[in-house]
Design a protein around this ligand. Structure first.
Ligand SMILES: Nc1nc2c(ncn2[C@@H]2O[C@H](COP(=O)(O)OP(=O)(O)OP(=O)(O)O)[C@@H](O)[C@H]2O)c(=O)[nH]1
Ligand SMILES: [Mg+2]
Length: 222
């Protein structure tokens, strides 16, 4: 293989997009929600986790990726996901929905409990291939997001930023936020140097994100 055959960051061949479409159309099921770190499933499959502020669209993105409306519970009420929820995709990988951070209205002890759980999961999971850190494309990176990125850099977990709800932006604005976000994370050691732009509602960016997840996990079709 010469250098021109190497996969390029943020670019996917038609074959990769098609293979990812087929994989994500296969059965996806809810495995379990864990409220305690001792309850996590045996780490025997590659995992991809979705993190970010409450209400940013983590559960909706999982639903969008697998093409099911109600696999993960999404809602307009911040703090919907309070456990670490595991979903199986075709017995080949797991998608992990994390509780959101930055949710001001909950009691401090409640927030701390489920955020500690998310952090413990992120730190210690040997099968975790990448974290997708979701950012609302209308708001960009906030202070709480920077804190989350600091924590990920410290624990040396590979992560990629995904901008969500791009359907709410005017044409051309998404590219600007994408460029600004990429610049802001340029010096972060564990950040993957590509920012994905998505809309779970419109399906925007989902074929590419599926292909990226397939590359990252190393899952192949048989
Ligand atoms: N317009 C638009 N709305 C979206 C999109 N994705 C999610 N939403 C809405 O945003 C709200 C929050 O979505 P969730 O997927 O529940 O967010 P979450 O990050 O899982 O939230 P928590 O579980 O509370 O941390 C819901 O009302 C969704 O319908 C999108 O791509 N476009
Ligand atoms: Mg959720």
């Amino acid at each position: 293989m010469d250098a021109s055959d190497e996969p390029k960051v943020g670019e996917y061949s038609d074959a990769e997009i098609e293979a990812a479409r087929v994989l994500f159309a296969r059965p996806a099921t809810f495995i379990m929600g864990c409220a305690k770190i001792e309850q996590l499933p045996t780490p025997d499959l590659p995992e991809i986790a979705f993190a970010g502020r409450s209400n940013v669209g983590k559960s909706s993105l999982i639903n969008g990726l697998v093409g099911m409306h109600k696999l993960a519970r999404a809602s307009n009420e911040p703090g919907r996901t309070r456990e670490v929820n595991f979903f199986d995709l075709d017995g080949r990988m797991r998608l992990v929905d994390l509780p959101g951070y930055g949710w001001a209205k909950a009691s401090k002890t409640t927030v701390k409990k489920f955020q500690d759980l998310g952090r413990d999961y992120l730190r210690g999971r040997v099968t975790l291939k990448r974290v997708y850190l979701l950012i609302d494309s209308r708001h960009g990176l906030k202070k709480v997001d920077d804190e989350a990125l600091d924590a990920l850099d410290l624990s040396a977990v590979s992560y990629q930023i995904v901008l969500t709800k791009a359907d709410k932006l005017k044409a051309g604005e998404a590219a600007k936020v994408q460029a600004a976000t990429l610049k802001a994370i340029a010096k972060r050691p564990a950040a993957y140097p590509h920012v994905a732009v998505t809309s779970s509602e419109k399906g925007l960016g989902l074929p590419e994100l599926r292909a990226e997840i397939m590359r990252t996990t190393g899952v192949v079709l048989d």
